[in-house]
Design a protein around this ligand. Structure first.
Ligand SMILES: C[C@@](CO)(OP(=O)(O)O)[C@H](O)COP(=O)(O)OP(=O)(O)OC[C@H]1O[C@@H](n2ccc(N)nc2=O)[C@H](O)[C@@H]1O
Ligand SMILES: Nc1ncnc2c1ncn2[C@@H]1O[C@H](COP(=O)(O)OP(=O)(O)O)[C@@H](O)[C@H]1O
Length: 306
């Protein structure tokens, strides 16, 4: 018996960041767009909780109980009074510490997979509540599509998207820590009045219409100056993508992955080749958006039985 769930990465087409809250988090207007790069999480009954990971970045993924997938399994097991006796395998295609919510994807994926494996019967609302406890980005990994996240990003309102958008992503040679980027945001904001974060009407309209030019004109990321301050070479990657004809270029979330909105697959190809040739990034991937949220791919109720 095993269950496999597929979960998408995300890009933030708007990330408006408010002042630091007393609890250390920041209020956000976080417009998430799920993109078609996926991790797959497979859960199988085992003697005890174990985690394995395969993929180009696997060596950087913790395999102990700090792994978000393990934390998700433990959270559901505790609520249901179940032994968390499960092996979790992550086939990882989403870059690690890249600002594309790879860990959050694995948390949401493991939660959905364990709910199915254990026939735990958690409702969508309960799954979303567990996701919010695990991390600010985790609820969005469950729902996918496009959504506005408020609060610390965990309170979601689904958004309409009128068409498919084409993206190129440039993966950097090293990661960036999300808390470190928020700390740098605070440092850069010292002495300034930080406005309440609000979603941009132009941006929501562009998404709803499926208008790539309007979306390109409206994207914004308040964490980008902080990410660039910690990782100045990212400016060269952004420039290389713009020069190759991207409609817009921005840092994805807290970075350091850079995201390039392009008009079509031909432009995606051209921008990808230029980015690789520029030598300013480690790898390049293309993907379309929006992508669906966490989905059960297979439930094999015979695997593991004699
Ligand atoms: C910045 C964003 C944008 O979508 O994503 P990434 O770029 O990391 O993927 C998110 O806000 C990241 O969400 P997530 O990675 O789930 O963060 P959490 O585990 O909830 O929090 C990690 C740390 O980030 C900071 N944090 C996170 C969310 C938030 N609204 N305010 C914060 O200040 C806090 O320092 C917190 O301790
Ligand atoms: N399943 C997981 N996959 C990747 N990283 C994880 C996972 N669980 C915990 N982590 C930790 O979370 C950190 C942030 O990872 P990730 O979610 O990939 O990046 P980001 O928050 O920038 O989107 C990693 O450096 C790693 O230490």
């Amino acid at each position: 018996m095993s269950v496999t769930v597929r979960v998408p990465a995300k890009v933030n087409v708007q990330l408006a960041v408010g002042a630091a809250r007393p609890d250390g988090f920041h209020d956000l207007a976080n417009v998430f767009l799920a993109v078609g790069l996926y991790d797959e999480v497979t859960v199988t009954p085992a003697d005890e909780l174990t985690v394995t990971c395969e993929g180009p970045d696997a060596a950087e993924v913790p395999l102990d109980r700090t792994n978000l997938a393990a934390r998700a399994a433990l959270a559901l097991a505790e609520r249901r009074g179940i032994e968390p006796a499960v092996h979790i395998h992550i086939a990882k295609d989403i870059p690690v510490a890249g600002g594309m919510a790879g860990g959050s994807a694995d948390g949401a994926g493991a939660l959905l997979a364990c709910n199915e494996l254990w026939r735990a019967g958690a409702s969508r609302a309960e799954l979303l509540a567990i996701c919010a406890d695990l991390g600010s980005d985790v609820p969005f990994s469950l729902v996918g599509g496009a959504a506005l996240g408020t609060g610390r990003g965990e309170r979601l309102t689904a958004l309409e998207v009128g068409s498919t958008f084409h993206w190129v992503f440039a993966m950097a040679g090293r990661g960036l820590s999300t808390p470190a980027v928020f700390r740098e945001f605070d440092r850069l904001a010292e002495g300034r009045d930080i406005p309440e974060p609000v979603a941009s009407r132009d941006l929501l309209d562009a998404l709803a219409k499926g208008d790539a030019d309007a979306l390109a004109a409206a994207v914004s990321n308040d964490l980008q100056p902080a990410a660039l301050s910690l990782f100045p070479e990212l400016a060269d990657t952004l420039d290389a993508g713009r020069a190759a004809g991207a409609l817009t270029a921005l840092v994805s979330g807290s970075g350091p992955t850079t995201a390039f909105l392009v008009r079509d697959t031909a432009s995606a190809q051209k921008v990808s080749e230029a980015l690789l040739a520029s030598g300013t990034c480690r790898t390049v991937r293309t993907a379309t958006a929006p992508a669906p949220g966490a989905r059960v791919l297979t439930t094999d109720r015979t695997a593991g039985s004699v």
